[in-house]
Ligand binder design. Structure first.
Ligand code: FES
Ligand code: FES
Length: 373
């Protein structure tokens, strides 16, 4: 059991949690805030969406321990929020709810859409709402309600924290003990997030691969969608364009590269932000080289990451693992081609179709179920 301190709806609270407890269970079971609903508990339905440090997040995918020091806002924390009051009224007027199960998360997402896009049109609203499922309404009323409130508004610049509520929802009695002040600790960066491990094989000996990896600009070009803008010693700046179905994100960011020449291993730590959509990603990649048969090289990769914003809805480990697997395969092919031909690696967008990903995962599960290879 681990003790955590965080701010919930403007009030400091502490709790003792198992490492595997997700934030939604912590809020519902220990803090007594049951407005955060749980539907699928695997990042698909969006019913558990709330704000962590001002960003919409899936609380079923966020471990409570990783929110230590964070600022959490649930639907109960918007009582004094004028924009939320307008949205509640509009949902009622436009029949944006029936059973109400999806409604807390819908309202939080709707508020985030209006803050980021201002006067959003129907296409933008539908696209941005695609991570929140409603089984009752058919979405017409929800979209109409958001459109009505969005009309004539200006966006609040991307990444700016959501306005702070002036009145905190009180914490229930006999629940986690409030403390004097919240710890001003940012959410843990990549370490502490999910971790993927995989190996790729390059058709060249280790010495050649190691030498090639030192040329960050060329190697960066082997990653689909990536462009290196500048290299200053160990500091690299660049951008990465990714497309997840309807969501297109262009992450601009920076990273630090460390290399251990004797052990032929290295580490890249960095992060980036999609200025348009407000998603952000932080990650750490460690890699090491080892020889394999016939003069080939295996690169063993460990990738840990955290996603926030709209792209966090695709943070399910299987989807991210599939995405990372495809990126790694393309990277290995491009790097091998570069080493063999010496030419520039092909550029392009990492255009990963989420529907195709869904099918590939479904087929993989069916194969496992029926023992088919
Ligand atoms: S409960 Fe469905 S996304 Fe979290
Ligand atoms: S109103 Fe019932 S799930 Fe949306």
């Amino acid at each position: 059991v681990i003790r955590i301190s965080l701010e919930v709806n403007g009030a400091a609270c502490e709790g003792a949690v198992e490492p595997r407890m997700h934030l939604a269970d912590f809020l519902r079971q220990q803090v007594g805030l049951t407005g955060t609903h749980l539907g699928c508990e695997q990042g698909v339905c969006g019913a558990c969406t709330l704000l962590i440090d001002g960003q919409p997040m899936r609380s079923c995918l966020s471990y409570a321990v990783s929110c230590d020091g964070s600022r959490v806002q649930t639907i109960e924390g918007f009582d004094a929020d004028a924009l939320m009051a307008e949205l509640r009224e509009a949902f009622s007027v436009h029949h944006g709810l029936q059973c109400g199960f999806c409604t807390p998360a819908m309202l939080i997402t709707a508020r985030d859409i209006i803050l980021r896009f201002g006067d959003a049109d129907e296409a933008v609203i539908r696209r941005e709402l695609s991570g929140n499922i409603c089984r009752c309404t058919g979405y017409m009323g929800i979209v109409a309600a958001i459109r009505a409130v969005a009309k004539g508004r200006q966006p609040v610049s991307a990444g700016q924290p959501a306005p702070v509520v002036s009145k905190a929802a009180p914490l229930p009695k006999d629940k986690p003990t409030p403390v004097a002040a919240p710890k001003a600790v940012a959410m843990a960066a990549a370490p502490g997030g999910p971790e993927l491990r995989q190996s790729i094989t390059i058709a060249a000996p280790p010495a050649d691969v190691w030498a090639a990896l030192a040329d960050i600009t060329r190697v960066g070009g082997c990653l689909p969608g990536a462009v290196i803008d500048s290299v200053d010693g160990n500091d690299v700046r660049g951008h990465l364009t990714v497309k997840f179905g309807p969501i297109r994100a262009r992450f601009a960011g920076e990273a630090k590269v460390e290399r251990d020449e004797t052990e032929m291993r290295g580490r890249i730590i960095g992060g980036g932000r999609d200025a348009h959509g407000g998603s952000s990603a932080r990650g750490m990649v460690t890699y090491s080289l080892r020889p394999v048969e016939s003069g080939m090289t295996a690169i063993d990769l460990a990738i840990s990451y955290q996603l926030t914003g709209a792209l966090a809805q695709f943070g399910r480990s299987e989807l991210v693992a599939d995405f990372a697997g495809r990126m790694a395969t393309a990277f290995a092919q491009n790097l091998s081609a570069m080493l063999q031909g010496g030419g520039a690696a092909p550029a392009g967008t990492a255009d990963i179709n989420i529907v195709a990903l869904g099918w590939s995962l479904l087929l993989a599960r069916l194969r496992r179920l029926f023992g088919v290879q």
